[in-house]
Design a binder for this molecule. Structure first.
Ligand SMILES: [Mg+2]
Length: 335
């Protein structure tokens, strides 16, 4: 059997259960944005790790070395944000071809350092080794969260509002422009910069984690069509999502304004948004939305609701009529 037949998640399912018997105490993991371990009486430690491979996750010709370093850390910080946690340290392992320019790597590390400084996350270790011809970057980030305040994918409840913390599809729109060789204008250059230098929602995650009525939370890395299904599977719930409520930036709409379907597809399945996907108790939503929009630059937008029926399924609606998607999310092993 080939990996492409079962996909990334099918592969993880083949072994994750065999390790769960070893989780003896309060450890929690495989299957959420971070693993959780007890740190002390007050706090839990959370840990995440992510791998970037040249030509699969990035093209050297399409991202500056500064942005590459920034993004390698940002995608990990985003998983800390998804738990409502505060990052505490990072570890960086890199495999490099011997002919890599030192000045190139200086810039990679400068990008990594600038984001580390922004959120005051020290780099505490890692590994460097030789690679035959591609750059491979692995980052591990630790964080902490008050016991009981960690936001899990399994906590969605019936009638929760499904919300996102910013417009979707910008990163995918930027990637499409890079791949199609479209030169950006004043407006659409933001799409490319969001793709290459996404901003982790650390402050938003910490804030949301402390609010009343916030149930499940995760970050949108593969596209909401795929990521929302993880919340549904782990919570044993279904969802209705209204496509006209999916927030789209003016920049994304301007790139492809005559092809509404294409824009929607980028927003639902493009991935690498690194916005937060949150479920909020219905009665707390209005107050939370008001307060959130007062605190942050992007809006908290309601896109649908959690249902008791149709567990594991997203029912897409457009102007209150059912709508079928032809491709769900992004699968790392499929063609
Ligand atoms: Mg995640």
């Amino acid at each position: 059997m080939k990996l492409s037949e079962i996909g990334e998640f099918g592969f993880i399912d083949r072994f994750s259960g065999k390790f769960s018997a070893l989780n003896k105490n309060e450890e929690y993991g495989i299957g959420d944005d971070c693993a959780i371990m007890s740190l002390d009486d007050q706090y839990n430690q959370i840990v995440t790790t992510d791998l970037l491979i040249e030509d699969i996750h990035f093209l050297r010709s399409a991202i500056t070395p500064f942005d590459l370093g920034y993004k390698a850390l940002a995608v990990n910080l985003s998983d800390i944000a998804a738990m409502g946690g505060t990052p505490t340290a990072s570890f960086l392992s890199i495999a490099l071809p011997a002919e890599t320019e030192v000045e190139y790597m200086d810039q990679v590390m400068e990008g990594y350092r600038s984001l580390s400084e922004k959120y005051q996350v020290p780099l505490l270790g890692g590994d460097t080794t030789k690679s035959p011809d591609k750059i491979v970057i692995n980052v591990c980030v630790t964080g902490k969260v008050k016991k009981g305040k960690e936001k899990l994918r399994s906590a969605a409840d019936n009638d929760d509002c499904i919300c996102v913390t910013g417009p979707l599809g910008d990163s995918a729109g930027g990637l499409k422009m890079l791949l199609d060789g479209i030169s950006p204008d004043e407006m659409t250059k933001n799409l490319i910069s969001w793709h290459n230098r996404p901003e982790p929602a650390i402050n938003e995650g910490i804030w949301l984690g402390n609010q009343k009525g916030v149930n499940a939370m995760m970050d949108i890395s593969d596209g909401i069509a795929s990521d929302l299904k993880h919340i549904l599977d782990m919570s044993g719930k279904g969802a209705i999502v209204h496509l006209e409520d999916i927030p789209l930036s003016p920049a994304l709409q301007s790139t492809l304004k005559n092809k509404e379907q294409d824009v929607l597809k980028l927003a639902l399945t493009g991935g690498e948004d690194y916005r937060l996907l949150v479920t909020v108790r219905n009665e707390d939503f209005e107050e939370l939305e008001k307060e959130y929009n007062h605190q942050f630059l992007t809006s908290l937008t309601r896109v649908g609701k959690i249902t008791a029926e149709n567990a594991g399924e997203i029912r897409w609606m457009k102007e209150n009529k059912p709508f079928t998607l032809d491709k769900e999310g992004f699968n790392h092993f499929s063609e």
